[in-house]
Design a protein around this ligand. Structure first.
Ligand code: EPU
Length: 338
């Protein structure tokens, strides 16, 4: 286990903001986990678990311990004619994992190509893109409980996965460290191109028989055209969640704003597009000092170089207030503010 003191987190968060952690601990194997509970550093609360720092905004120095999960490895744990059950340790890169499974012809992850972050972070916020969420392919999650020092297996139901949330982001965020996940992948995959942007892509780039590799390439092309490359421009992907509102509220808004995107969730509620709401308030492409709203996707806040976490947070607050004023909707942050 590597331990660092007073560590600058700038290179460890994709927003690229300066913030120091009193301690940084790097977990590289299962013995480190046991040491973690014994360690006096760990008792120095607060504790924050981190993967690649792609969904976090540090607004000040962190007075406790940041635990970096770097548990590596993957193995097929079960296989039948139709499915492969693949166990992947939490420190692996999600993007590399998707490429690996697509390369083997195992379907399920292709719509989630190029999502930044580690495998361990995937269940924490139930990552999703282009019509597929982790929960659609997840079999179970193994966690280390810092209170007891035991490894536990969570079924999908126990993970309480929702839209960009789970038990690991809520009640269990201080004591459950995800150590590995098991995915149920399809050996005879059917492609899912129901998402509008994907359908449009294949209309413009027709293919005889669409494979999971084609879907993965399409998702990568769409993402590259809309989302900034964090190695060039600091960001954490979508900063806000898409708001879910009642059918009544959606109806009222649609009568005032007929062009507003609204997606029926099937339970008499509608998911609205936060990017659209923010754009309508005039924020898209606007820059304030070194912070700003990305010019190609209004849901993404960016750091042009030396923005502080506090400046990015303050910009997000002004956006929340203007969307609230115009649409009477309170946007919720997707990014974890620390
Ligand atoms: N839109 C605008 N203006 C914008 C951005 C979007 O009008 O500046 C409209 C689009 O025209 C479209 C709708 O909003 O009608 C939805 O846009 P898009 O398909 O780009 O997706 P999103 O809702 O903005 C969500 C996820 C993304 C994910 C995409 C594709 C959330 C918070 N974000 O974005 O996830 O890649 O769908 O599935 O759910 C992330 O979580 O970091 C992330 C990038």
């Amino acid at each position: 286990m590597l331990v660092r003191k007073n560590y600058n987190l700038k290179s460890l968060n994709t927003f690229g903001v300066d913030a120091r952690a009193k301690r940084l601990m790097i977990i590289e194997n299962f013995d480190d986990l046991t040491n973690l509970t014994d360690s006096s550093f760990y008792r120095e609360k607060p504790v924050f678990f981190m993967g690649q720092g792609s969904n976090v905004l540090f607004v000040r120095d962190f007075p406790g311990v940041i635990v970096l999960n770097r548990l590596m490895g993957r193995e097929v744990v079960e296989e039948d004619d139709d499915h492969v059950f693949l166990r992947v340790n939490a420190g692996e890169s999600w993007t590399d994992l998707v490429d690996y499974t697509v390369g083997r012809g195992w379907g399920g992850l292709e719509n989630m190509s190029l999502i930044p972050g580690t495998v361990g972070a995937a269940p924490v916020q139930n990552i999703g893109a282009y019509g597929v969420e982790l929960k659609d392919v997840l079999d179970c999650v193994e966690v280390f409980d810092l209170r007891t020092g035991n490894l536990e297996m969570f079924s999908v139901k126990q993970c309480k996965l929702g839209y960009r949330t789970s038990i690991f982001k809520t009640d269990g965020k201080k004591h459950y460290l995800v150590t590995s996940i098991v995915l149920k992948l399809n050996k005879m995959p059917e492609v899912n191109i129901g998402y509008k942007a994907l359908r449009e892509y294949f209309t413009q780039n027709p293919v005889d028989e669409i494979t999971i590799r084609d879907v993965s390439e399409a998702v990568k092309a769409i993402r590259r055209s809309k989302l900034p490359d964090a190695s060039v421009l600091g960001s954490a992907g979508s900063f806000f969640k898409n708001p879910v509102v009642s059918a009544k509220k959606a109806g009222q808004l649609l009568s005032r704003f007929p062009g507003m995107p609204a997606f029926d969730t099937g339970d008499r509620r509608f998911k609205l597009a936060a990017g659209w709401l923010i754009e309508q308030c005039g924020w898209k492409g606007r820059r304030e000092g070194d912070t700003g709203v990305y010019e190609k996707q209004a849901l993404v806040l960016v750091n042009y170089g030396n923005a502080t976490g506090k400046q990015i947070y303050d910009l997000s607050q002004r956006i929340v207030e203007s969307v609230h004023e115009k649409f009477d909707i309170l946007l919720e942050r997707e990014v974890t503010v620390v």
